[in-house]
Write a protein that binds this ligand. Structure first.
Ligand SMILES: Cc1ncc(COP(=O)(O)O)c(C=O)c1O
Length: 469
């Protein structure tokens, strides 16, 4: 198959193909995207329309090259800009499944998990890679962890990122009962405001995560008297899809100040987890900083704050999700019905929607799309891409510029790697799509398409309901 790089298409948009100047979080199409001789889209050396014929529609297509490149951008930037030890953790809430976790782990990343389910997925992936005691690479978050989840984390030797008083006391009791010492980080709300959607802001004081900073003294005092808790460091997270660097610098400075405060309680904390939050380019007008610039800003802020407080450099942890995997995946849909409301709007419906990508209906998130089998056709119309759910708000893209399309054409929505599969549902009893990983002409199934049998598997029909009333 002969492929060339995607040209600038006739739609007023730059599709930003692989460029040495752009980091993986700054591209719209995955790094390996190319146009083939049939004017079709290739990803990872595979023809998208052929993949859809083979694996069905809708289909998540994960470009392994882009994901690996993003992991390396983070890893290499920490080595370049941070003189102390560091560890990048993949925030697996962005997309937790065995294959994605295995790729991240094989690139040297650890994991941020927020549930027992994410925890067992990360552990299984690490074990499959031949890492027998993977616990120390896993950090367990969450504002209301179940006792059973804490027990699992303790048994696996994971670090628990403690969020609140109940968890602190429960964990101390559990560790005492088990005759063990729990490694922990303490999560505080940093009180930093960022420009992002209200539902994905976590740094401002009025949110559900972490201890309020007015609790620093009692928390440090309590922890310093608990032999069952080994407090390794502090954690805070500003929020997600953030394009500014300053909130991350501010966060670093705040956390270092708190490390200094902990020392007054005899706590010598050697780890600092700065969270994630770097944004990606979903539409051409988005302009996120490159991964390396984010790391540089954070690293320099930590070094400067440590110098001014005369503190040793901590081990610096970051837990990006979206900026690792967001741009690495696209979702291919089949175009179906069309409805034109004269002088108002034309709706073009696809065979998925809010169940495979709930971000537009939840956060008013914007996306861009291309037609995989008409890549360089001239733009002919502005349409609204609707999903197939029984919900008027089930709109994937408002006012998309597209070429003329026919039912059966393949619409590819870009940048669907993060918080799509992981937030998917069976709303309207739709089956979740399959996901494949592509690389150098090879495609491998990483998530089976759900079947109707899968949908019915958890259903129970009590005899009583079958009897005549
Ligand atoms: C505690 C924590 N860490 C990391 C992340 C990952 O954020 P992002 O995907 O924006 O990098 C999140 C997501 O909001 C989070 O809540």
């Amino acid at each position: 198959m002969v492929s060339t790089q995607i040209p600038k298409l006739d739609c007023g948009l730059q599709y930003l193909p692989a460029s040495p100047d752009l980091a993986p979080n700054q591209i719209l199409l995955p790094l390996t995207a190319a146009v083939n001789a049939q004017d079709g889209l290739d990803i990872g050396g595979c023809e998208v329309t052929t993949l859809v014929q083979q694996y069905g529609s809708p289909l998540y297509i994960l470009d392994e090259t882009t994901l690996r490149a993003a992991c390396r951008h983070y890893r290499d930037a920490f080595i370049q800009y941070y003189p102390g030890p560091s560890q990048v953790l993949y925030a697996s809430k962005a997309w937790s499944c065995l294959a994605v976790c295995a790729i991240a782990a094989s690139e040297g990343l650890g994991f941020d998990v927020v549930s027992g389910g994410e925890l067992v997925t990360a552990i299984r992936a690490l074990e499959e890679l031949g890492r027998p005691h993977p616990g120390p690479l896993i950090y367990f978050h969450g504002n209301n962890k179940a006792k059973s989840e804490l027990e699992l984390a303790l048994a696996q030797g994971c670090t628990v990122v403690v969020d609140n008083w109940l968890e602190l006391t429960t964990l101390a009791d559990l560790a005492a009962q088990q005759g063990t010492v729990a490694p922990i980080l303490l999560r505080f709300t940093p009180g930093i405001d960022c420009h992002t959607h209200e539902y994905i802001r976590t740094g401002h004081l009025d949110n559900k995560f972490g201890f309020d900073p007015n609790q620093l003294d009692p928390v440090f005092s309590f922890v310093s008297q608990q032999p069952q808790l080994n407090c390794l460091g502090l954690h805070a997270h500003n929020g997600s899809q953030i394009f500014e660097l300053q909130p991350h610098r501010d966060l670093a400075a705040t956390l270092i100040e708190w490390l200094g405060k902990a020392a007054h309680y005899g706590l010598s904390l050697g780890q600092l987890n700065i969270g994630g939050g770097l944004g990606i380019r979903y539409v051409a007008s988005d302009d996120p900083p490159a991964i390396a610039d984010w790391v540089k800003a954070v690293a320099q802020a930590v070094v400067a704050a440590c110098q001014s407080q005369n503190l040793p450099l901590p081990k610096l942890l970051a837990e990006p999700g979206r900026s690792l995997i967001g741009s690495a995946c696209v979702t291919a849909y089949t175009i179906g019905s069309r409805k034109s409301v004269p002088e108002i709007r034309t709706y073009l419906a696809v065979d998925g929607g809010m169940s495979d990508n709930p971000r537009p209906i939840t956060y008013q998130a914007a996306y861009q799309a291309v037609v995989a089998n008409r890549l360089s056709a001239p733009m002919a119309e502005t349409v609204t891409i609707a999903g197939k759910h029984c919900e008027s708000g089930d709109i994937l893209i408002k006012d998309a510029r597209l070429p003329h399309t026919e039912p059966g054409d393949i619409l590819v929505v870009l940048g669907t790697g993060a918080y799509n599969y992981s937030m998917s549902s069976n709303y309207n009893r739709l089956t979740r799509p399959a996901a494949i990983a592509v690389r150098e002409g090879e495609a491998n199934l990483i998530l089976e398409r759900e079947t109707y049998e899968d949908l019915l598997r958890q259903d129970r029909l009590p005899e009583r309901l079958l009897a005549q009333p």
